[in-house]
Ligand binder design. Structure first.
Ligand SMILES: [Zn+2]
Length: 202
């Protein structure tokens, strides 16, 4: 039975971007297009650039929304929004990737990685691989809020989305985007904003 109980914010300030996780508020975990859109927004906010040679001379060579492919005019490299990131080359859907990363960030320490894999519908091997890629550095800001009871009841849920919805977990969108930027390598060698916001899409 779905509960409309208020979600807990653990005494932290209740920011206006702290919203319950649901398909209506955060499609990132339910829908590949939303996930891809968010990744593109966070990664290329400062302008689209080639992940291999940093050129800003880029053209789009297909218009599939989820897997939009670009080509660099300078080095001819074909790339999409996950190229060169820890999400690169995976067969997992992008929305599953985001949910898995959030679950690992938030639930590891409470439950075993195999249980997190089960909730996401991925193999223990995939979950462990993702854990290794994400590393064990905790997020700078706790962006997922939920009750201790929800964590205690994990074994009763079939999927991570069921858990999020039933216990009215909430997510602070701005802090989550910062965490995503960290996963995508934005702000390291990949910082495009310093190169201006030139955008060259044919
Ligand atoms: Zn290039």
């Amino acid at each position: 039975m779905l509960s409309q109980a208020k979600y807990r914010t653990s005494g932290e300030q209740n920011f206006c971007d702290d919203v319950p996780i649901s398909i209506n508020t955060t499609g990132y975990f339910y829908d590949q297009e939303s996930a891809a859109q968010l990744i593109r927004h966070v990664r290329w906010n400062g302008g689209l650039y080639c992940p291999r040679c940093r050129s800003l001379a880029i053209k789009k060579i297909n218009s599939f929304f989820v897997n939009e492919i670009f080509q660099c005019n300078a080095c001819q490299y074909n790339f999409n929004c996950t190229s060169g990131t820890l999400f690169h080359g995976s067969k997992l859907r992008l929305d599953t990737h985001l949910a898995l990363a959030v679950a690992i960030d938030s639930l590891i320490g409470h439950v075993r990685i195999n249980e997190i894999g089960r909730l996401l519908g991925v193999s223990p091997r995939t979950a462990k691989l993702q854990l290794a890629k994400l590393g064990t550095v905790p997020p700078a800001h706790r962006y997922l809020h939920g009750s201790d009871q929800a964590l205690a009841d994990i074994g009763n849920y079939g999927t991570i989305l069921e858990l999020f919805e039933a216990k009215s977990f909430s997510i602070q969108i701005s802090a989550f985007q910062l965490r995503l930027a960290n996963w995508l390598g934005v702000g390291k060698a990949h910082d495009a904003s310093a190169r201006g916001a030139l955008l060259s899409i044919a």
